[in-house]
Design a protein around this ligand. Structure first.
Ligand SMILES: Cc1cc2nc3c(=O)[nH]c(=O)nc-3n(C[C@H](O)[C@H](O)[C@H](O)COP(=O)(O)OP(=O)(O)OC[C@H]3O[C@@H](n4cnc5c(N)ncnc54)[C@H](O)[C@@H]3O)c2cc1C
Length: 374
């Protein structure tokens, strides 16, 4: 029997798992698939709530503590995040738009309003076109002087690559050197002056991102930034891989490709989950459960003709997808807290961080003999 079983391995579930390991000995994660974090930008700015529901969470002490804890964790995992809830900074997206973001990895440099920047694209990547990025960025930043360059990742590459493929290629020094050589020669040919920033797609290495950023910065003599856009973005893939590796290192048990299809409840407590893997049905026992199923987009809620349906525990939910009666040992997290938490249909990374942190506070209280207040 586990001290805690976490359903979902998105940002909320992974953070809950890692943080709960501080005080829970036996921790398991059950998930039928990856979380939305792999499709995201890996930059966190969206905060929960909408026009009707003023956001009751952000800029509270809890959110700040959670963000500080997240930054501490990511520093320890060698993929540090910068930024703060107080001061969002402008960054350029893969489409050339400027957005303000609160938390971003070290591969990102805020975009200036003036001066000269060079956008570098790769022939093999179809969804990052420097000329298109330039058009949008120029509209958003009329005083910027923008040049564009397109280079090849490999001399003989024939196929279209994703940004993730490109990132894995750029983990290799010889590929980086080839790219740097082409950038320098095109700058000389086209008489492009030294810019104050080079803008790349979000693909500056995965495992060797630090060396990649350093090599480009040093060889080109100017800061570089990634511009996250169409998934998969290396900015997000690194985050997901780092968190998953850390959870494995901590000894957390993963039940992958495993769907939770229901639960057994006694005296208002969940005693076990019904889990299904490869059409094999089993039960999984736990003393506590953190449910981080991601709502409708994550799969935790299903939209039916009769309204929302809980597809994890099989409990009755209200019109906002919240449990009508939450079992005593269940901690809903992320979008499981209901659709009032959504903006653009998602909760946003900041809320995942805060919710993961809060879940662990509740879990600690429960393991110490208290009652969980959902
Ligand atoms: C394309 C895209 C771009 C984004 N960009 C940004 C951005 O720029 N800034 C920002 O702040 N946020 C962004 N986000 C949002 C952010 O990534 C999400 O809000 C956050 O990752 C949600 O995490 P979560 O863990 O709560 O849910 P999810 O990531 O949805 O995870 C849910 C987990 O539950 C599992 N699950 C569900 N039901 C079951 C079941 N019955 N049995 C077993 N497992 C189950 C799923 O398999 C999954 O592992 C973006 C999201 C998307 C999709």
């Amino acid at each position: 029997m586990y001290d805690v079983v976490i359903v979902g391995r998105g940002l909320t579930g992974l953070l809950s798992a890692i943080w709960s390991k501080k005080f829970a000995e036996k921790v398991a994660v059950v998930a039928q698939g990856t979380g939305k974090v792999v499709q995201s930008t890996g930059l966190f700015d969206i905060t929960p709530g909408n026009e009707e529901t003023e956001n009751p969470f952000i800029k509270t002490d809890v959110a700040e503590k959670a963000v500080a804890k997240f930054k501490e964790l990511m520093k320890q995992l060698d993929y540090p995040y910068q930024g703060s809830l107080e001061k969002p900074v402008p960054v350029v997206t893969g489409a050339g738009f400027v957005k303000y973001t609160t938390l971003y990895p070290e591969t990102i440099t805020p975009v200036p309003s003036t001066g000269h920047v060079v956008i570098v694209g790769f022939e093999e990547i179809a969804d990052f076109q420097p000329a298109y990025v330039k058009g949008n960025l120029q509209t958003e930043r009329p005083e910027l002087n923008i040049d564009t360059i397109k280079v090849r990742l490999g001399e003989k590459s024939l196929r279209t690559l994703t940004q993730n493929d490109a990132a894995r290629l750029l983990d290799r020094k010889e590929i980086r050197n080839g790219v740097i050589k082409q950038i320098k020669s095109q700058m000389a040919e086209k008489n492009i002056e030294q810019p104050r920033l080079f803008i790349f797609p979000a693909s500056l290495g995965i495992a060797n991102w630090r060396e990649a950023v350093q090599d480009f910065h040093e060889a080109l003599g100017t800061p570089v930034t990634e511009a996250p856009g169409m998934p998969p973005n290396a900015t997000a893939i690194r985050l997901e891989e780092k968190l998953t590796k850390e959870a494995i290192r901590l000894g957390i048990r993963f039940y992958l490709d495993t769907e939770v299809t229901g639960s057994t409840i006694e005296d208002n407590k969940v005693v076990s989950l019904t889990i299904k893997n490869n059409s094999k049905v089993n039960t999984l026992k736990g003393a506590n459960f953190i449910i981080a199923g991601g709502g409708v987009l994550g799969g935790g809620l299903t939209v039916t003709a009769k309204g929302l349906k809980d597809s994890i525990l099989g409990l009755d939910v209200d019109e906002f997808g919240r449990y009508k009666v939450c079992p005593e040992n269940v901690i809903p997290a992320g979008a499981t807290l209901g659709t009032k938490m959504l903006k653009f249909g998602i909760t946003g990374g900041i809320f995942s961080i805060q919710s993961g942190y809060e879940s662990c506070l509740k879990l600690e209280e429960s393991l110490a003999g208290g009652i969980i207040h959902a």
